[in-house]
Write a new protein. Structure first.
Length: 86
């Protein structure tokens, strides 16, 4: 019951809007951190494929390229979500 009262009282004093903005900023910050990490991972996979791809077994090369593409797709989706939040 106290959470309902707290939620209601937050709305009454205008703190609810501040809470929602902080929550949105927090989610945006978290998404930025995730996308940054994935971008770094994609760069590392790309560098690995470009520098050592010729010496790799074909199935390993294929899997790494597929992983790189999957991360790229994931990055585009996360960036779309982040754009909707801000």
């Amino acid at each position: 019951m106290s959470s309902v009262i707290n939620h209601y009282s937050m709305r009454q004093c205008g703190a609810y809007a501040h809470y929602q903005r902080a929550k949105s900023m927090s989610m945006n910050t978290e998404l930025n951190t995730i996308t940054s990490t994935l971008d770094e991972l994609a760069s590392r996979i790309t560098a690995l494929v470009e520098t050592q791809g010729a010496a790799m077994p074909p199935d390993t090369y294929t899997e790494l390229v597929a992983a790189e593409r999957t991360i790229g797709t994931l990055l585009r989706r996360l960036n779309r979500v982040a754009g909707r939040i801000s």
